[in-house]
Design a protein around this ligand. Structure first.
Ligand SMILES: [Zn+2]
Length: 205
């Protein structure tokens, strides 16, 4: 099983020692498999998780994500696919030292957020403003997203703009925080409020 070994700092074909499958129908998008692995080079222990998805034709296991040690960024499955792929790509760019490409991918992730909410503007700036006006994001997140947009523009055009690893990591953190807020926390809050409303109804009857 191909996974990244943080000790060797390389992708390795790790040996699967054992795996366990479970499926929490309420919280999992599909069956989950936890894999206990051994790095073939340094012999250290690794743990990687993966979900099974159905693509309309067949079931398939997604690429494993390391959950221990030093877990890779584990994005909630509430984050839509078109946003997740850009974030995963941005993550890979950082690892490869491609910081300008990472900034461009962070911008692409934001475009994905706009597309998910079906904003009308053809431009990212306009789309972000619509998200603010529609109260999908608040003023602070709007400010962060504007900064991301500025750097996306610098990255997308042949300018002298320079990006350090720190810049790229920060931009990625911002876009992940925006996604957490918009897709994960919002969802949780709505569920919470619905639960409370149901409980209140239950008490009345
Ligand atoms: Zn290793």
């Amino acid at each position: 099983m191909i996974t990244e070994c943080p000790y060797c700092q390389a992708n390795v074909d790790a040996k699967v020692i054992a795996f366990h499958e479970s499926y929490d129908h309420e919280n999992d998008p599909g069956p989950f498999r936890a894999n206990l692995l051994e790095c073939p080079a340094c012999k250290n222990t690794l743990l990687a998780g993966q979900y099974q998805y159905y693509d309309g034709e067949r079931d398939f296991w997604e690429d494993p994500t390391r959950v221990w040690p030093q877990p890779k960024r584990f994005l909630s499955w509430h984050v839509p696919e078109l946003v997740r792929t850009s974030i995963a790509e941005a993550d890979r760019c950082i690892k490869a030292g491609a910081y300008i490409a990472c900034a461009a991918m962070c911008g692409r992730a934001l475009e994905g957020v706009c597309r998910h909410f079906k904003t009308k503007s053809q431009y990212l700036g306009g789309g972000l403003k619509e998200l603010l006006e529609g109260e999908v994001i608040d003023k602070r997140l709007f400010q962060w997203s504007q900064e991301l947009q500025k750097h996306r523009n610098l990255a997308a055009h042949a300018t002298d703009g320079k990006f350090s690893r720190q810049d790229a990591e920060d931009l990625l953190e911002f876009v992940v925080a925006i996604c957490d807020y918009v897709f994960v926390l919002n969802e949780k809050f709505n569920d919470f409020m619905q639960r409370k409303a149901r409980e209140a109804d239950g008490k009345k009857t």
